[in-house]
Design a protein around this ligand. Structure first.
Ligand code: FES
Ligand SMILES: [Fe+2]
Length: 446
């Protein structure tokens, strides 16, 4: 046990309104406490229910550092179970996904479990007849996580049995997820293939912070987006010829500071927030033939215009996902250690929309987020340099003060200048609360 375990006051002291201590990003004990407290007491994204469309379909992932299986049970309900055999601990499923049929079977001694986790059979069960096996932990089968909630196809889990409800945790922030789903003329999304996976040698919060960091694109992405814009300008593209989709995607990254200032930022309680209240880098994409007609048919022209008029940029669902409604993307920042994060970037098909939309979405993901991306590397380089720099003795603090003027109006109505670091302050406010509320002596952190 180190200086932070059982010491919520010391943990809370790492976060000040305008700066945070470097231990929040580099300290191994803090990382362990994040896994035990923050990732346990909040609602964490697991997957989309279209990843498991048929009974017996499963998908393996992590909630925080906990290995879990998301599986569709025989009653069509989605269950999230710890990926651990109740006999001796063996991981039940190793593949990323598959169909297990009516039951899981442990590869070690062949105990089997229904797809809701209940123990189904044990070979040579009579060996337990004279024991009090039925009262044992193992007799309960594969353990479910504390709570599961499916919001319009998006499955979230809370590891802790007791805690904040899904509705209270996310509140009005669900409007971003809803907008992404409403963009489907059928009101439904489908995952489009496996995610692009990209390992980063940095703390998971580096990635989360970056999602609302609007002062970096024109600087960090100058080498990629700036070069693309220069080359395109030099090519004298005819005015009347449609711009290549790749240019529509990459050019807005080079927008000037004023563009990002004007886009606006809004925050919600519990660490959620989004950029792009007024406009975003996704606002000026060309219309896809047939899409607006399909939307008008489903929703009527007024409602369709309202749905498509929302061009939110990045919405952070604290602690660790970001979604982009207008381009149907979700990025999951999976913690692998204090200095290591696996990034998974998913895209979704708008059911009922023309395929051309999905083609643009897939192109965006490849260009911006793939390990072969020309843009994602710029960010990776910055995160990894920052992670290395924080290990130096230069200073103990990281600044999150941009446009902080003392008391802040954190209400949803307060739309701030898009270059504020208010969302980072909002995240750390939530970080501090969820880290300490379930620790022993938690009143010391008040
Ligand atoms: S460890 Fe799973 S059946 Fe023995
Ligand atoms: Fe970036």
């Amino acid at each position: 046990m180190g200086k932070y375990s059982d010491n919520p006051a010391a943990v809370a002291a790492l976060v000040q309104p305008h700066q945070v201590h470097k231990d929040t990003y580099i300290d191994a004990e803090i990382y362990q406490l994040e896994m035990r407290h923050l990732f346990s007491s909040t609602w964490v994204f697991v997957g989309h229910d279209s990843q498991t469309p048929t009974k017996g379909d499963y998908f393996t992932t992590q909630v925080g550092d906990q290995p879990v299986i998301m599986v569709r049970h025989s009653d069509n309900e989605i269950h999230v179970l710890y990926n651990r055999c109740p006999h001796k601990g063996t991981k039940i499923a190793i593949d990323r996904s598959g169909n297990t049929g009516k039951f899981f079977r442990c590869p070690y001694h062949a105990w089997s479990f229904k797809t809701n986790g209940c123990l189904l059979a044990i070979p040579l069960k009579k060996g337990y007849a004279q024991t009090e096996f039925n009262d044992s932990e193992s007799a309960k089968g594969m353990q479910p996580v504390g709570a599961v909630h499916n919001h319009r196809g998006f499955v979230f889990a809370r590891l802790a049995v007791e805690g904040i409800s899904f509705e209270a945790f996310f509140g009005d922030s669900l409007s971003s997820l809803d907008n992404m789903v409403d963009r489907s003329p059928d009101g439904r999304l489908e995952v489009a293939g496996p995610p692009l996976r990209y390992m980063h040698q940095c703390n998971w919060k580096m990635l989360v912070d970056n999602q609302t960091d609007t002062c970096h694109p024109m600087v960090a992405h100058e080498s990629s987006a700036g070069t693309a814009v220069k080359l395109f300008d030099a090519a004298n593209w005819p005015e009347d010829k449609p711009k290549p989709v790749a240019m529509e995607i990459i050019a807005p990254f080079m927008s000037p500071y004023e563009f990002f200032e004007d886009m606006g930022i809004r925050t919600w309680p519990n660490g959620h927030g989004h950029t792009g209240v007024h406009h975003s880098i996704h606002s000026d994409y060309s219309a896809i033939p047939g899409y607006h007609d399909a939307m008008n048919e489903t929703y009527g022209s007024e409602k369709a215009a309202e749905i498509l008029g929302e061009n939110r940029h990045n919405t952070v669902y604290f602690p660790n996902i970001m979604i982009k409604g207008p381009i149907q993307q979700l990025r999951n920042f999976i913690p692998m250690g204090p200095d290591k994060t696996l990034v998974e970037s998913y895209i979704y098909r708008l059911v009922g929309a023309p395929d051309q939309l999905l083609a643009r979405t897939a192109m965006y993901n490849r260009m911006i987020n793939a390990p072969t991306s020309i843009v994602g590397h710029d960010d990776l380089e910055m995160y990894e340099r920052a992670q290395e720099g924080l290990h130096s003795q230069g200073s103990d603090w990281i600044n999150i003060q941009r446009l902080y003027e003392g008391e802040e109006d954190m209400s949803v109505e307060a739309v701030e200048n898009g270059t504020t670091e208010r969302q980072m302050r909002n995240q750390f406010d939530a970080w501090s609360r969820f880290m300490t509320m379930s620790m022993p002596n938690s009143e010391a952190a008040e």
